[in-house]
Design a protein around this ligand. Structure first.
Ligand SMILES: [Zn+2]
Length: 274
């Protein structure tokens, strides 16, 4: 069993959490004790907790994510989700400031929220994140809802941001899936742009196994293209993907063991200061 760090976990204790449907289809209860047990069973020593989307349209309040992290006994660290209004940006930055030691980064839900990556509303967030050395995670690629905007969640929208803000650490969540090649170019081109492997093996229907093989092959190509595995972070997107399946995907990649180790935990330790 390899050591690993999970850079992308969701959790709430609310019934109107949209991810409960994924949990059910994966045979998961979607609870704190369960995710901690899954992590222990798979050698996942640490995880980053992100706020899940609610049926009402918004997100689980960041305070509740922080609270779940406190209850995890140091195993989970919070990432603060930032929604695109002046008030919410201000509140998110105040929360991060108040919990400086605990908060490991920010998340922007591209494709779900009514704002593009270059919207002026995020200006203060990027300023703060850049100054504090806190990574900003961006949802990219496929949206779980049919009314999401793929134009806004396409990974290539991050190129202009990375050009403009060379000091900002950017994480391309879900490797831009299905635009994995585009994400590979971004991590190759920009010194501070990373991509995570979370939530990839969901779907595929009867072709689930074939899909996993194709994804493992595309991720391996991304490593060859970038010339190594320094820019890739392991993640599950629990409860969207089970820990065992997400780890198997990394296991299936045709890369050298030192690169697999970088992907599984070394990169995350460095990028998030864990
Ligand atoms: Zn997610």
């Amino acid at each position: 069993m390899n050591r690993s760090i999970d850079c992308h976990i969701h959790l709430s204790q609310r019934p109107d959490d949209m991810l409960r449907r994924y949990a059910e289809s994966n045979g998961l209860r979607y609870a704190l004790d369960e995710v901690l047990a899954e992590m222990r069973a798979h050698g996942v020593e640490h995880g980053l907790l992100l706020s899940p989307p609610m049926e009402s349209g918004g997100i689980l309040p960041n305070e509740e994510t922080l609270d779940l992290c406190r209850k995890s006994g140091g195993v989970l660290s919070p990432v603060v989700t930032v929604e695109p209004t002046k008030e919410e940006v201000k509140a998110a930055l105040e929360l991060a400031e108040e919990h400086r030691k605990a908060v490991k980064g920010f998340k922007v839900r591209l494709g779900y929220v009514d704002a593009a990556v270059d919207s002026p509303v995020f200006g203060e967030l990027y300023d703060y994140a850049e100054a504090e050395g806190l990574p900003v995670l961006f949802h990219t690629g496929d949206t779980a809802t049919s009314d999401g905007s793929l134009v806004r969640s396409h990974p290539l929208v991050l190129d202009a941001l990375a050009n403009k803000r060379e000091g900002l650490t950017i994480v391309i969540c879900h490797f831009g899936n299905p635009w994995i090649d585009d994400a590979a170019e971004l991590i190759y081109k920009h010194p501070k742009v990373y991509a995570d492997t979370s939530g990839l093996t969901t779907g595929g229907g009867a072709y689930g196994r074939k899909l996993a093989e194709v994804l493992a092959s595309k991720l391996s190509e991304a490593v060859y293209y970038a010339g190594g595995g320094e820019k890739i972070l392991f993640g599950t997107d629990y409860p969207v993907t089970r820990h065992g399946d997400a780890l198997e995907l990394v296991e299936m990649m045709d890369v050298d063991d030192p690169d697999r180790e970088r992907i599984l935990w070394r990169n995350a330790k460095e990028v998030f200061g864990l």
